[in-house]
Design a protein. Structure first.
Length: 64
């Protein structure tokens, strides 16, 4: 689902960047597995580089 969010972001001209509010217990997991960055206590983001990794993995037909 996260990769799909990145795909929609890319299609909308935002280069795959997304922001979301994780459950506290999943913050470390998202950092390790998705490359998400903690922006504040309750907000995370996935920026272009890590979004492209997800897009390449789950939507290989998507061009950067």
């Amino acid at each position: 689902m996260t990769a799909y969010g990145c795909k929609l972001s890319q299609e909308s001209g935002f280069n795959g960047v997304i922001a979301f509010e994780p459950k506290t217990s999943l913050i470390t997991h998202y950092q390790k597995t998705l490359g998400a960055v903690l922006l504040s206590e309750r907000r995370m983001a996935i920026f272009e580089k890590d979004a492209q990794i997800l897009l390449d993995k789950y939507f290989p037909e998507t061009e950067a």
